[in-house]
Design a protein around this ligand. Structure first.
Ligand SMILES: Nc1ncnc2c1ncn2[C@@H]1O[C@H](COP(=O)(O)OP(=O)(O)OP(=O)(O)O)[C@@H](O)[C@H]1O
Ligand SMILES: [Mg+2]
Length: 208
């Protein structure tokens, strides 16, 4: 594998999409070839699974169903897009990847972490991001941004505060276990200063 896989993680509203947009602008300015994917999604089939996962229905979704659907969408985008792009030597940017499942379905919903680790590995052909940015905000900040955001919340965003508390703590534990791969970023800093920090970290690892 010649490419470089960068993933963005963190609880809802932490600023992943905003930072990815900043990064994309910088890569484009440098004429670096890259692929950008979001999770769940990124392929026709994964986008269909995304809809099932994020739409609110009259019936509750079982946590195991939820986890397997996320994993199914991930297997599809990994095999259809990510592996090919990495083989071609591209930079691949993912808005969420398997750490999201460890944090949300493992730490958040309480699914056995050993099972999660095995299925995560299985769904991604064992690939690991070269660099993962965990953008960390506290629950108060998340609530503040949620209030400011216009529009309806999707099924995942519309969870109780207690759930996000577990997810955030989970993320911090995951990052702590893999300090080589993770960079924990204070999400309350300005968009510009976070973007500079991310750019610096990437340039420390690869020649763009
Ligand atoms: N550093 C920042 N300081 C203040 N506000 C920010 C910062 N970064 C992002 N925001 C704001 O927070 C909100 C959420 O940002 P964004 O959509 O990038 O989060 P996200 O992590 O992609 O969320 P989701 O997981 O729901 O996709 C937006 O309204 C955005 O403008
Ligand atoms: Mg986003």
């Amino acid at each position: 594998m010649k490419g470089f896989l960068i993933t963005f993680e963190g609880i809802d509203f932490c600023g992943k999409s905003v930072q990815i947009e900043q990064l994309v602008n910088k890569l484009q300015a440098k004429q670096v070839k890259f692929s950008l994917l979001r999770e769940p999604g990124g392929t026709i089939i994964s986008e269909k699974i995304r809809e099932a996962l994020l739409t609110k229905e009259k019936e509750d979704m079982n946590p195991v169903t939820e986890y397997l659907l996320f994993s199914a969408a991930r297997a599809q985008v990994t095999n259809k897009n990510i592996l090919h792009a990495l083989d071609k030597g591209e930079v691949v940017i993912c808005d969420r990847y398997f750490d999201s499942s460890t944090a949300y379905q493992g730490y958040g919903r309480g699914i056995d972490l050993e099972i999660i680790n095995k299925i995560n590995f299985f769904a991604t052909n064992g690939i690991k991001p070269d660099l993962t940015f965990l953008i960390d905000i506290d629950l108060k900040e998340m609530e503040k941004r949620k209030q400011l955001a216009a529009g309806e919340l999707d099924r995942m965003e519309d969870q109780a505060a207690d759930f996000f508390k577990k997810v955030r703590q989970g993320y911090l534990l995951i990052a702590n276990n893999e300090p080589e791969r993770f960079r924990v970023i204070d999400g309350k800093k300005s968009v510009d200063s976070i973007s500079k920090e991310i750019w610096q970290e990437i340039n420390n690892k690869i020649k763009l």
